[in-house]
Design a protein around this ligand. Structure first.
Ligand SMILES: CSC[C@H]1O[C@H](OP(=O)(O)O)[C@H](O)[C@@H]1O
Ligand code: ADE
Length: 291
């Protein structure tokens, strides 16, 4: 790692490249968790070094439950990334969040299973604080950027993360609404948990593509509709990302940057050598803070 990269963008469905990323090089990064979703493009955007990763691969070949999330975050940390903006397609569970709108969610409900969701284990016990699953500073910066890009933007909301790949039944959609969820998608977890364990500031820019299947007068969601809505709206999300890159919040004093201090209970000396080596980019700051 030779420099820090202030922002990485994880582009979701329909967001497979980052126009305006200048002088980009593509990096193939090997990780202890296998290869990331794709080669990571690093270039300059809005005057800042920015990394771009296509979450499902540039040809959209990886299912939400197959995503190599630990590899993705290990690779981003290895590159020196400090903040991550995730761009995601979501279904709306509320009338007010209409297709074409952007939302910066504030909460998550986990309905996924069987996805590797932590860097801890194998002798390293840790429990991150996750009451606020998104970085508050990044959320505000993403909101401001999305508004400046000209989108209709909503602040906050609860994103329920389902396993997929099938969309919900009507009964599930009504259940999620009854729980108070506002948005539904398949990818924000374990992403947000791994970002916090990796001490990255992380927020999601959610692009509403459909009304899932609860709405009485709208057709039930299908993938073709999602992609058509994304195609019509991706330029606004890309503009929001460009504006965000030029207006990043400060990292100094942000709790995300030191999340491991209150998470790992064991003395540093007790961390097995193999774990230190495997998680070197993730643990470096925490290990050095104790020397
Ligand atoms: C193509 S519809 C379902 C798919 O789109 C969303 O992915 P992402 O968050 O990467 O934009 C959703 O979570 C599903 O994975
Ligand atoms: N209705 C929906 N359910 C799950 N993931 C989605 N991504 C976009 N729309 C979705």
């Amino acid at each position: 790692m030779s420099e820090s990269i202030p922002l990485a963008v994880i582009g979701g469905s329909g967001f497979y490249d980052m126009p305006g990323l200048e002088d980009a090089e593509e990096l193939e990064i090997a990780t202890p968790f296998g290869p990331p979703s794709d080669r990571i493009r690093v270039g300059t955007l809005g005057g800042r070094r920015v990394a771009f990763l296509a979450r499902h691969g540039r040809h959209h070949t990886i299912l939400p439950s197959e995503l190599p999330q630990r590899a993705n975050f290990w690779a981003l940390k290895q590159l020196g990334v400090e903040r991550v903006l995730s761009v995601s397609a979501v279904g709306s569970l509320r009338e007010v969040y209409a297709p074409g709108h952007l939302v910066v969610p504030s909460q998550l409900i986990d309905r996924t299973w069987g996805r590797p969701s932590t860097f801890f284990g194998d002798g390293l016990v840790g429990h991150i604080s996750f009451a606020e699953p998104f970085c508050p500073r990044m959320r505000q910066a993403a909101l401001a950027a999305a508004r400046c890009a000209g989108a209709t933007v909503h602040e906050g909301g609860t994103y329920v993360v389902m396993q997929g790949p099938a969309f919900s039944t009507r009964a599930e959609s009504e259940l999620h609404r009854a729980w108070g969820a506002d948005l539904i998608g398949m990818t924000a977890l374990p992403e947000a948990k791994l970002a916090r364990e990796a001490e990255l500031c992380y927020a999601t820019l959610a692009c509403v593509t459909d009304y899932d299947c609860w709405h009485e007068t709208e057709a039930a969601v299908d993938a073709a509709t999602v992609f058509e809505t994304l195609r019509r709206n991706v330029a606004v999300s890309q503009e929001a990302v460009r504006l965000l890159a030029g207006a990043l919040p400060p990292r100094e004093g942000c709790a995300c940057a030191t999340a491991l201090d209150a998470a790992i209970v064991a003395p540093r000396a007790a961390v097995p050598a193999e774990v230190r080596e495997r998680l070197a980019p993730i643990l470096r700051r925490w290990l050095e803070a104790g020397t």
